[in-house]
Design a protein. Sequence first.
Length: 137
Amino acid sequence: MNIDSIKNGFVIDHIKAGKGMEIYRLLKLKKLSCPVAMIMSAQSEKMGKKDVIKIDGDIDLDLHILGYVDPDVTVNVIKDSVIVEKKKILLPEKLTDIIFCKNPRCITSCEQELSHEFVLADKPRRIYRCIYCDAEA
């Protein structure tokens, strides 16, 4: 397999195998006009198998999405074909319009202009709750 190097962009590495497509969907990478490469189930000494996403373009990367899907990922920032920064991602304390409340009685069901906001209620179990109705995500 041959995937070209990146001039300016990001490499999202150490994604749990199978979570790459969820990150791809939530980051809306399909809408980008720059090259995006997805490597799935790659061999990893540390993880066994992992997914990797390479983005050859300078975009605004939503780190909250990455932290929500897999807080163990790392993001390598590439400038002029060189890694200039490695970002460690953390579990976000608050999510806005990333996940949506499933409670049909929540105010967000009838008030379409309201943002879907969730706060981290249980960090070890990675449980988020809606700020309006307290429903678990």
